[in-house]
Write a protein that binds this ligand. Structure first.
Ligand SMILES: Cc1cc2nc3c(=O)[nH]c(=O)nc-3n(C[C@H](O)[C@H](O)[C@H](O)COP(=O)(O)OP(=O)(O)OC[C@H]3O[C@@H](n4cnc5c(N)ncnc54)[C@H](O)[C@@H]3O)c2cc1C
Length: 458
């Protein structure tokens, strides 16, 4: 039987980062067990016919000094910085993101609705205070007013979350939904406001190789044999401290780090108290069906991605990989991801959906009738978005309390059952490694991880 101090389930960014930082801390042996042939999980890429496709847009937003230094060091020479060019397409018009600050160009009735509703949220004196834990629906009405809610916030978020917004909390939105000032809302209705709002106003992305180069670079820093790929974990006995992985057999461990979707981990590990099983039944998630396309001309110039709130389009977002990096597509072509969300239990009829997607892309003129599709394939992301409904927080707290008592760490976007991004996932792994190693001070950078300076692209 293989034995390790720390067994890490999953070789996505969370698992790789944990192993990397455990090595930095020293002292504990660790082994990463990954189901797929390649590392990276949702931060991976697939190559087909000269195109590089990610699991929909994966842009690097680096806010933390340590996270930034680490990523810049890992991808030195292979990162470009971009100013975000993100748009909303509704009423046959492109407006800038975020909708709430950029209604200029929409039909005047829509602009009037949006402004009237927004200013009512400021000047109305008879509002009852919002509850301390409001629904997303109530919060949106109070933050942005009825017009902005009706024309964007409600239809877009209903398409993404596939959950009544009155049953969703606002816990996920803090960093992700910008709130402009009244003057900005007004100015953005009168003129094309070329101002950046929100947490991701700029981003970095690899010049070559798609986002896969990031997990690959982390994996390359691990010790030989520290990652076992093509080895799905089949079961975990938490009492005996033994896991079984296909092709490896039994793996004995002292400490366990889970980065698989929490629901999957709770289904393959045992034993758990009844309270954990009951809490697990309350966890909900969405599947994203990503249709990847390679097109024989440079379509959608100068736009990185576009949000589609209207029901007549089956997709909620379309993005252009070849506008993140020219090397993502052969010269003279372009490549796209088209995102459609479904509840985990909903069946998706992909051939039918594909027809509806292609006809939607033609109707908004991203595709033209003579375009040739050089590449076309679906990339489902089974557990893509954790749904923040009113049951989630309590359920997650009960599960994490029990896991803590069993000496199990569960981290990352899906192990931690949260809405987060790649840098945060890498930092989750760092903090986890430090807890396991009994260290509180930050891990140092490896020699050679010096920060690379990047210039924005013109
Ligand atoms: C649609 C979408 C768009 C996103 N866009 C961005 C973005 O623009 N910027 C950004 O910073 N972040 C983005 N993210 C978030 C980013 O993908 C995550 O933060 C990060 O990749 C999560 O890494 P992880 O290791 O926690 O999980 P995962 O990447 O899911 O890693 C878990 C690993 O476990 C493996 N596994 C599963 N089951 C088993 C098993 N039984 N045995 C062994 N291994 C198993 C999986 O194969 C996978 O490799 C996006 C996510 C999604 C879904």
């Amino acid at each position: 039987m293989i034995k390790t101090d720390v067994l890490i389930l999953g070789g996505g960014l969370a698992g790789l980062s944990t192993a990397y930082h455990l090595n930095e801390c020293g002292g504990l042996s660790s082994l990463v067990v990954e189901k797929n042939a390649a590392v990276g999980g949702t931060a991976g890429s697939v190559k087909q016919g000269g195109f590089v496709f990610d699991y929909t847009g994966h842009l690097l937003h680096l806010h933390d000094p340590y996270g930034k230094n680490l990523v810049l060091g890992l991808l030195r020479g292979n990162l470009a910085a971009h100013e975000r060019s993100s748009w909303i397409y509704s009423r046959d018009v492109y407006t800038r993101y975020p909708f709430q600050a950029n209604t200029y160009g929409l039909p005047s009735k829509v602009v009037e609705d949006c402004l009237a509703g927004f200013f009512k949220t400021i000047h109305r004196l008879d509002w009852r205070p919002l509850s301390p834990r409001p629904s997303f629906r109530d919060w949106s009405l109070r933050q942005f007013g009825a017009g902005i809610s009706r024309h964007f916030m409600f239809p877009y978020n209903e398409k993404l979350w596939r959950t009544p917004l009155s049953r969703m909390t606002t816990e996920w939105q803090g960093r992700f939904v910008p709130k402009p000032a009244a003057s900005e809302v007004l100015y953005g209705a009168l003129a094309d406001q070329k101002k950046f709002f929100g947490y991701n106003a700029s981003f970095r992305y690899p010049k070559r190789g798609g986002i896969q180069v990031l997990p690959d670079a982390l994996a390359a820093r691990l010790k030989p044999g520290q990652i076992k790929t093509s080895s799905p974990v089949l079961s975990v006995d938490l009492r005996e401290r033994v896991a079984v992985a296909q092709g490896l057999g039994e793996v004995g461990f002292s400490r366990l780090v889970n980065t698989l979707p929490l629901v999957d981990f709770l289904d393959l590990a045992a034993p758990f108290p009844a309270a954990v099983r009951a809490a697990r039944a309350k966890l909900r998630y969405n599947t994203v069906y990503c249709l990847n396309l390679g097109v024989n001309r440079a379509a959608l110039p100068e736009k990185h991605w576009v949000y589609f709130p209207e029901k007549k389009y089956p997709f909620y977002r379309v993005g252009c990989y070849s506008n993140f990096a020219a090397a993502n597509a052969p010269q003279g072509t372009s490549s796209f991801y088209i995102e459609i969300s479904r509840r985990a239990w909903e069946k998706a009829d992909l051939p039918r959906l594909e027809n509806a997607v292609l006809s939607g892309l033609r109707s908004c003129r991203i595709l033209k009738s003579g375009d040739k599709l050089l590449s076309k394939f679906w990339m489902p992301i089974r557990c893509a978005y954790v749904v923040y409904d009113f049951e989630r927080t309590q359920a997650v707290e009960a599960i994490f309390k029990a896991l803590g008592k069993m000496g199990v760490e569960s981290i990352g976007r899906y192990g931690g059952w949260k809405y987060s991004f790649m840098e945060e996932t890498i930092l989750d792994g760092k903090r986890c490694a430090e807890r396991l190693a009994g260290r509180s001070q930050p891990a140092r950078l490896s020699p050679g991880d010096a920060q690379a300076e990047l210039k924005p692209l013109k």
